[in-house]
Design a protein around this ligand. Structure first.
Ligand SMILES: [Zn+2]
Ligand SMILES: [Zn+2]
Length: 372
């Protein structure tokens, strides 16, 4: 995709402040607009890359994290007249993607479109919330384990702003967004994840595929909390959640990459990072991610062959200590449980009477992953 790229404005080493323009042979123009994404912790995804697609009608994919919608709008104004987005498509419901929504829609009047699961999960249901303090939290945040020191400054205002927002539902599978523009439901990283395909020229993959980073899947165990909200439409956890569902989405994208080898892949983080562009080969990157998950399953199963363990003990044995400080432990446990769910599907582990993960002695997971 290098040949289509113009750096309109230089930014810092991680892409903050940069403005990029992609001119494709069909005449399609996509602007890449990074918004800052810093939480003050050690973990750095880099800015959120939002994209303005100049289709039949200009539309925006994502709006950055809470508090950055204004900065995003300034960039769009800087691009010149006629670029105001008529609608916004959300790649998924994480706060670093829909956080700027209120500011963007206040300035543009743009319609908001998101997957059906987003429409259901982005609302609070006070009577169903799992804890008293989450009564006003949208259902998508019910599973969140961050302490008040985090959600106080980062999330409460965000929840207030996005409550009762009207969102037009995008259905499962592939849906038209204009001529040669389609959304595709790719659940796994998040139950409402969408990719946006622009003909045979580009695919916007949100957080489903990233350079450098292996995106984390959302575990099937999280479905239990949201089942009262999602159950009528999605009666099974595996339709929206879990590592197997994520891997299936990856494989669908790999097929797309194989069918269209020159496809420009536009991720929502790290398009540019540490002084360099990350140009991805879609099929090749999917293969790397699949390999990563096979290896992680293999290592977890090896650890479980010593003795049955709970998620925390598994996380301690599998990850380096540095990854387990602060919220790292909860993230590591999520990761471990997602893989154990898959190993259980493959018949390689069971949950024993003490609720510990226990190896069965088989090693079917690799074939299981191949057959997903
Ligand atoms: Zn995300
Ligand atoms: Zn993200």
């Amino acid at each position: 995709m290098e040949q289509y790229l113009t750096v309109v404005q230089e930014g810092d080493a991680n892409g903050n402040g940069m403005l990029l323009r992609l001119d494709f042979p069909s005449g399609l123009v996509i602007h890449a607009l990074p918004t800052p994404n810093e939480y003050g912790g050690e973990w750095d995804l880099g800015p959120t890359w939002n994209y303005l697609v100049e289709g039949d009608r200009p539309f925006l994919v994502d709006t950055g994290r809470w508090g950055t919608g204004g900065a995003l709008m300034k960039m769009i104004v800087q691009l010149g007249p006629g670029r105001s987005p008529e609608f916004v498509v959300l790649s998924h419901g994480h706060e670093d993607h829909d956080g700027g929504l209120a500011e963007v829609t206040a300035q543009t009047g743009a319609e908001v479109r998101a997957h059906a699961a987003y429409c259901l999960l982005a609302r609070p249901y006070p009577g169903l919330a799992p804890q008293e303090y989450k009564r006003d939290f949208p259902a998508k945040c019910w599973h969140c384990f961050m302490p008040e020191s985090f959600y106080g400054p980062n999330c409460l205002g965000y929840h207030r702003e996005l409550q009762d927002r009207l969102v037009r539902e995008v259905g499962d599978g592939r849906q038209s967004l204009g001529t040669d523009l389609e959304s595709r439901h790719v659940p796994g990283h998040c139950p409402d994840s969408l990719a946006v395909e622009a003909g045979d020229e580009a695919v916007l993959v949100g957080d489903t595929i990233l350079p450098d980073i292996t995106p984390w899947p959302t575990g099937r165990f999280m479905y239990k909390l949201t089942a009262p909200v999602l159950g009528e439409r999605y009666p099974e956890a595996g339709q929206l959640y879990g590592l197997p569902r994520y891997l299936r989405s990856l494989k669908e994208l790999r097929e797309l990459g194989q069918a269209r080898p020159g496809l420009a892949v536009l991720p929502a983080h790290r398009l540019y990072y540490q002084g360099r562009f990350n140009f991805l080969d879609l099929a090749g990157r999917v293969d790397e991610l699949l390999k990563h998950h096979v290896e992680r399953c293999a290592d977890l199963l090896r650890i479980l062959k010593d003795s049955p363990k709970n998620a925390e003990a598994l996380a301690r044995a599998h990850f380096e200590d540095a990854k387990l400080s602060g919220p790292g432990m909860n993230m590591a446990k999520n990761e471990v449980v997602c893989h154990c769910e898959l190993l259980m599907d493959a018949g390689d582990v069971v949950r024993n009477a003490d609720r510990l993960w226990e190896a069965t002695g088989s090693g079917n997971f690799e074939r299981f992953i191949q057959e997903i």
